[in-house]
Design a protein. Structure first.
Length: 601
């Protein structure tokens, strides 16, 4: 092919040689090299240098080109000198003068030839050499393909910054150059510039008509990496979750107010007040209880040293440590929680302390450790309802419904006031495919706990799951009303959130109503990340992207588990990307085109 090129263009080359000697000197020389295919190399060090446009325009390089001009005039001294080298291909030195001396068609043809040489070098994995050829080609023609080709070399050399530079130029010349967009995305991902990678991957899905599943999967992977990086970079704020969450946590345990007496003093008095706050389950009670527990721990630690009081205070000190551990656990600081609970267990091993530790272990998926703790708890107090309820919970979460049922039943018999045991048993029945029996269990529970907002809320969830929307909405309304009447914080905003979710799925017309419910939910439970995430989704549907982003970010801060935080951040980041795509004129036009096509189809 290169021979053909030379033969076809010989005349043109010779004609040009008469007019612009220097340019043609280089061109002719290069073409001869191609003809002989091997053995030759230019004498000077210039050829091994990368050809950079900037360098060529410098005065120093123009003097170099004059030297070259002389050489080519005087025959072919290069050929002799070049024999020492073993490299087959030679990259020509293209100075500004040389380039200026060529016609457009000559430049194009020569550039294409240089590219072919680059491709040969690339195939032989001589990436550096290939880069030189592509660079030379680029000095003759700003072709996006050459940039793309050169970026492939940089990619092979793991020089991702350069990959990004070249692909960016290629894309600016040819916006729908998907090969380059994908290559740039890959480099951005490797350099952990995830937002940029996401932008490119999104563009790819648009150019692919939203039908490329493999690109979508990569996009999801990058979004996740990006979100994890953001969550990792955030300062860890240790705060208690919403009162509804804490309420259901402590609500599942039996009350311990009897452990301490009202007439107590010092550390015990703090503990007394703390336990009272916890059982009051009022909206701000937990923050206060947290402070009181810490005061109890400090005071009791000091009192334990005093010999005359020893025994009792030691036990109370252990109890205070347990509660402190529970609060740290709720604040999502499992390491401190584990430390505190171990300290408590060393002083006085109680069933409940083992249960707390089991929860800490289960939370980090150390199920074997958790089971050991449950066993120790059962041995320490076989009649503790806390043990069976939480063991049941662990079985439930791991999908072992039969064992969960056995343990919940036992928990219910030992602690008949634990409304959650009734709810869990009804849910298990439903999950086992017996909806009618499950509904009966809910009805029974309602008779036993007529003012509990929990029961209608979870009953509503089951009805919604079964597709009985009207029935579900009725239960959510009952639950919300009961919660309003209650002076304690039980389900909090849950029935409002549930209702909003159900109606917003029902029809778009209901979106304003859902929004109103969710705004109310955010007010009622300012720490509910679920309320904020749900409201944000409605805002997105209303095209209020900025509000949505803010709400997603707030829910990330409120979320307790890392996984929930990552999810909230991914929603926020995906919304930001949507905004960025919308402000890109080329992509917006492409989307509009796709919309028209799908409308026409
Ligand atoms: C250079 O570009 C051409 C055209 O897109 C392509 O066929 C060839 O594989 C590319 N070579 C490299 C090394 O990317
Ligand atoms: C999806 O995109 C990737 C990357 O651009 C491409 O390699 C693949 O061929 C595409 N698949 C389809 C079905 O378009
Ligand atoms: C709890 O479940 C486990 C596993 O089935 C079982 O071994 C244990 O006896 C149960 N506890 C009670 C009190 O039923």
């Amino acid at each position: 092919m290169s021979d053909n090129f030379f033969i076809k263009n010989k005349t043109a080359i010779i004609v040009t040689a008469l007019t612009v000697t220097s340019a043609v000197g280089a061109y002719l020389y290069y073409s001869q090299q191609q003809d002989h295919q091997g053995g030759d190399r230019t004498s000077s060090d210039k050829s091994s240098k990368k050809n950079e446009m900037g360098e060529d325009s410098k005065p120093s390089s123009s003097s170099k080109s004059k030297k070259k001009k002389k050489k080519s005039k005087s025959g072919s001294p290069e050929a002799g000198a070049a024999k020492e080298s073993k490299e087959p291909h030679v990259v020509p030195r293209l100075t500004a003068e040389v380039v200026a001396g060529l016609s457009e068609s000559e430049k194009e043809e020569w550039a294409s030839k240089l590219k072919e040489d680059g491709n040969v070098e690339f195939k032989q994995k001589n990436y550096q050499k290939a880069i030189e050829f592509y660079s030379a080609a680029l000095e003759l023609k700003q072709d996006p393909v050459y940039y793309s080709n050169r970026s492939a070399c940089y990619s092979a050399l793991d020089d991702h910054q350069k990959v990004i530079e070249d692909t960016t130029t290629a894309i600016s010349l040819k916006p729908d150059y998907t090969k380059c967009i994908l290559r740039r995305a890959t480099s951005y991902e490797l350099l952990e510039q995830y937002e940029e990678a996401m932008f490119d991957l999104t563009a790819l899905t648009i150019y692919g008509g939203f039908s490329n599943k493999s690109v979508e999967q990569v996009l999801e992977r990058v979004l996740r990496k990006h979100s994890i990086k953001i969550v990792d970079g955030k300062e860890k704020i240790l705060a208690l979750p919403s009162s509804a969450t804490i309420g259901s946590f402590f609500g599942a345990f039996s009350d311990e107010n009897a452990l301490v007496s009202e007439e107590s003093q010092g550390g015990e008095a703090f503990l007394y007040q703390a336990l009272n706050k916890i059982s009051s389950n009022a909206r701000d009670a937990y923050e206060e209880a947290d402070v009181l527990i810490n005061q109890a721990v400090t005071a009791l630690a000091a009192e334990v040293g005093e010999e005359e009081k020893e025994k009792d205070n030691k036990d109370l000190y252990a109890v205070a440590l347990e509660y402190s551990a529970a609060f740290q656990f709720l604040k999502n600081d499992p390491a401190t929680a584990a430390e505190l609970i171990n300290k408590a267990l060393a002083i006085k091993p109680r069933a409940r302390a083992y249960v707390f530790r089991a929860l800490i272990n289960a939370d980090k998926s150390s199920y074997e450790e958790a089971m050991k703790d449950f066993k120790s708890a059962e041995e320490s107090d076989p009649s503790s309802p806390d043990v069976y309820y939480h063991l049941g919970q662990l079985f439930y979460l791991t999908g072992d419904l039969d064992n969960a049922e056995v343990n919940f039943t036992k928990a219910k018999s030992l602690h008949p006031d634990n409304v959650y045991a009734y709810i869990q048993l009804a849910c298990i029945t439903y999950k086992k495919g017996q909806p009618e029996e499950a509904f009966e269990k809910f009805t029974e529970a309602k008779l036993k706990f007529p003012t509990s907002p929990e029961i209608p809320n979870y009953y509503g969830e089951i009805l919604a799951d079964k597709g009985d929307i009207q029935g579900a909405l009725k239960q959510f309304d009952i639950s919300a009303r009961l919660q309003e009447k209650l002076d304690r914080f039980s389900v909090g905003a849950l029935p409002l959130i549930n209702k909003a979710t159900v109606i917003s799925r029902e029809s778009l017309e209901k979106l304003p109503e859902a929004e109103t419910l969710l705004v109310k939910a955010c007010d009622l439970d300012p720490k509910s990340e679920l309320a904020r995430i749900s409201l944000a989704q409605i805002k997105l549907q209303n095209d209020e992207v900025d509000e949505a982003i803010e709400l997603f970010e707030q829910s990330c801060d409120l979320a307790r588990s890392i996984e929930e935080k990552i999810q909230a951040v991914s929603f926020a980041e995906a919304s930001k990307m949507q905004k960025r795509i919308k402000s890109d004129p080329i992509l917006t036009a492409k989307i509009a085109e796709l919309m028209r096509q799908s409308g026409a189809l």
